[in-house]
Every structure is written in structure tokens, then in C-alpha cells.
Design a protein around this ligand. Structure first.
Ligand SMILES: [Zn+2]
Length: 409
């Protein structure tokens, strides 16, 4: 086995950067193809196939249909020693009716480019590089399903990048890079129909139970942490005003800063619904139709290393500040299994609304591609650091274990 200490690190770094530079045009062409053929969650057949084939042609061993997801893949190259294993995550799903309004075509080549770059180091240093194709970020959360299936077990660190506006940051400080844990809940009440005027006393009103559930949740709000969120809609409220609604249903999302607290709230809302059922005499069905999205445990030690390389490569970004999570991402599920960083990077020189036509345009712009290639290089160089600097990898893993334990994971 090659001793990492014996190699000339700066020469290896040069090889890594040169490998990505050599693929610049092809990476951009791949991204353009994905952008020009937007495919929504779980329908990313052409995008996923193009990404997997791109890596396969460059010597990666590709496994498709990972975790039972037809558009997920795993592409690996092992060096002289199998560990550590560094993973890069590539997304490629688009938004319904909009196209690549979240720039996932750039996320794809950031991960693939980084994987190709780090692969160039494997002649000199031991380790494995794996690129995962992770579908359906905008819908069911491919990473959550892959994570549950154990696909990320044994990975030492996972990295990726998400485009943003001029305000995008690399989450280097504690409290930055957060995302909320999120659980979808469906609540159904089954009552008994009756004529709403002639014999309402024979009816059991499912809609009343659902309304009391909303009231109960409103009362609960006073007693939950201010950063938690519970929001819902009525999807079924009855058939006709002269019939006592025998069936009512609502969809809710319950979000919190940690998965542990989110789970507590899911149980509290369950008791509210059970109380509403008891009040009205209806029967309640409390359903969790999708797996939960976990909060994001960003590894700041690793993020700082990525930022060092971004700075050296000349991609300037504002400094990260502690900021409460507001959205949710399936990266969170990965971050409970593997030390993880999803860095932001700018593809616009201004602020704009996300998931918009402006972003569709920026995701296929010279600035977008230029910065994505730079980010791929920084992610590859940070991966190289993890392969060659055992103390850094220990610190990354130490922070991971500590933070996960503190969040009750
Ligand atoms: Zn996105």
C-alpha cells in the first residue's frame, strides 16, 4: 500500500484540479443536457442514465437501481486501500412546470466533477471515491430512502453543493447550514352520515373532529419551541352541506430543529387528533404517509476545509452566520449516518426568488457553470485532505459523533 505521507501532496492536488479541468467541457455538456431535458422526481430516467454513463465511461464501477429507486445509482473507484471512502452526491430532478428552477443540473456535475477529480489522486493515495446519484430531492427524498436502505453505511464523509444567489455561503460556523426535520402526517376521521337537518343526532361529524384537531394544534402552539412549525390543510371536508360529513381528512407537516423534538410533536399532534375523535365519537386514522426528513447536521470542520479551497480557488462568498433552518432537505437523513456538508455557491450576482424562471436561466449560464466547476475542484481537494490527513478525518468524525449525540440521534 502506498504511504500517504510519502507522496508529494501539491503534485497530487495539481492532478486532481487538472483532471476536472480536462473534463470541463464534457461536464458542462452533461449539465446542459440535464437542463434541456428537465425530468421531475422519480422520472429522471434520461438524466440519471446520462450521469451514470458519464462516470462508467471514465472507469467508475456503476450500480443502477440502488435502494429500489430506478433513477438512483452508485459509481465507485477503489484505490490501493479501500478506506477511507469519500462520497459525492449528485442530484438531477427538476420542478414540475418550471424545469431546473433549483439548479440540480449543476448539483449533478459538482458531484460528478468532484468524483472524477478525486479519482485522479487514487494512484498516489489509498481510498475509495463514490459518486451517488440521488433522485427526487424535490419530492419523496431519494437520499432518505437510500439512507434507510443502508446505502451510505461505511462512507467516511459525504459532500455536495447547492447553487444559490449572491447570498450563498459555505456553512463554516456552528449554527449555519441547518435544515428542519420534517414529518408529513395525514389525519382521517370516520364518522356516520345523517340528514343534517332532519336527524343530525344520528350523525357523527368527521369534519368537526378535524376542525377540533386544528383548534387543538392551535392551543398546542403556545407550548412548543418557537422554531417548530405545524401547518396543514383540509383535503376532504364532506360531500354536501345537507349531509353530516362522515369522512374528513387533512394533510399536515410537522417540522422542528431536531428529529428528536419533531418526533415528540408528532406524538403530541396524535393525542390532539385522538382527543378530537373522542369528543366527536368518530374514529381516527393517524397516518405517516412518507418517511421523515431529518434535520441537517452540517459538519463544520469539513465545511471549513472546503471553504479554504474555495477561497484559494478564488470563489469569494460571504461569511456564514448562525441561522435557524427554515426548509427541509433529504441531505438531513444522510447527515445522521455520515459526516456531511452541502455547501452553497452563487450562480447569480444578485438576490432573487428561488424556484423561479430566473433560476432556470442562471442554472444554464456562464457564471453558473464557472462556479460549479470551481466548487467541484474544492470538493475534490477537501476529499483529498480526508484521504491524506488522518487527524483531519478524526476531527471530522469526532464532531459528527458529538453533534449527533447532542441532537438525540
Ligand atoms: Zn434544490
Amino acid at each position: 500500500m502506498v504511504q500517504a505521507e510519502a507522496v508529494d501532496l501539491s503534485a497530487v492536488q495539481e492532478n486532481v484540479v487538472a483532471a476536472i479541468e480536462a473534463e470541463r467541457d464534457d461536464l458542462i455538456a452533461l449539465s446542459r443536457f440535464i437542463h434541456a431535458h428537465p425530468e421531475i422526481a422519480m422520472q429522471e430516467t434520461a438524466s440519471s442514465a446520462a450521469c451514470a454513463a458519464f462516470l462508467e465511461r471514465r472507469g467508475f464501477a456503476v450500480e443502477r437501481n440502488v435502494a429500489g429507486l430506478p433513477t438512483a445509482f452508485r459509481a465507485s473507484v477503489a484505490g490501493s486501500g479501500e478506506r477511507p471512502t469519500i462520497a459525492y452526491l449528485a442530484e438531477y430532478d427538476a420542478l414540475p412546470g418550471l424545469g431546473h428552477g433549483c439548479g440540480h443540473n449543476l448539483i449533478a456535475i459538482a458531484g460528478i466533477g468532484a468524483g472524477i477529480g478525486l479519482r485522479a489522486a487514487l494512484n498516489s493515495v489509498p481510498g475509495t471515491v463514490t459518486v451517488f446519484g440521488t433522485p427526487a430531492e424535490e419530492a419523496i427524498g431519494g437520499k432518505a430512502i437510500m439512507s434507510d436502505a443502508g446505502i451510505f453505511d461505511g462512507i467516511d464523509a459525504a459532500m455536495g453543493a447547492h447553487p444559490g444567489t449572491v447570498e450563498a455561503v459555505c456553512p463554516t460556523v456552528e449554527g449555519s447550514g441547518q435544515a428542519l426535520a420534517c414529518q408529513a402526517v395525514r389525519i382521517e376521521f370516520v364518522g356516520r352520515p345523517a340528514h343534517a337537518a332532519a336527524d343530525p343526532y344520528n350523525g357523527i361529524n368527521g369534519l368537526n373532529a378535524l376542525i377540533e384537531t386544528f383548534n387543538g394544534i392551535n392551543a398546542l402552539r403556545q407550548h412548543i419551541c418557537s422554531d417548530a412549525r405545524i401547518h396543514g390543510i383540509i383535503t376532504h371536508g364532506g360531500e354536501a352541506p345537507n349531509v353530516v360529513p362522515s369522512f374528513a381528512a387533512g394533510d399536515f407537516l410537522i417540522r422542528a430543529q431536531t428529529m428528536a423534538y419533531m418526533n415528540e410533536l408528532v406524538e403530541k399532534v396524535r393525542r390532539v387528533a385522538e382527543g378530537a375523535a373522542a369528543m366527536t365519537g368518530s374514529e381516527v386514522r393517524y397516518l405517516l404517509p412518507e418517511r421523515a426528513t431529518f434535520d441537517m447536521i452540517t459538519n463544520h470542520t469539513l465545511a471549513r476545509r472546503i471553504k479554504t479551497h474555495l477561497d484559494a480557488l478564488g470563489l469569494a462568498m460571504p461569511e456564514a452566520v448562525p441561522e435557524e433552518g427554515s426548509g427541509s432537505t433529504d441531505w438531513g437523513n444522510v447527515s445522521y449516518v455520515v459526516p456531511s456538508v452541502e455547501t452553497g455557491f452563487p450562480i447569480l450576482d444578485r438576490v432573487c426568488t428561488w424556484h423561479s424562471p430566473e433560476v432556470v436561466e442562471a442554472a444554464d449560464s456562464a457564471m453558473g457553470y464557472e462556479n460549479t466547476i470551481t466548487v467541484a475542484k474544492a470538493l475534490a481537494l477537501a476529499g483529498l485532505d480526508l484521504l491524506t490527513d488522518a487527524a483531519l478525518l478524526r476531527r471530522v468524525k469526532g464532531e459528527f459523533a458529538e453533534t449527533r449525540a447532542a441532537r438525540g440521534g
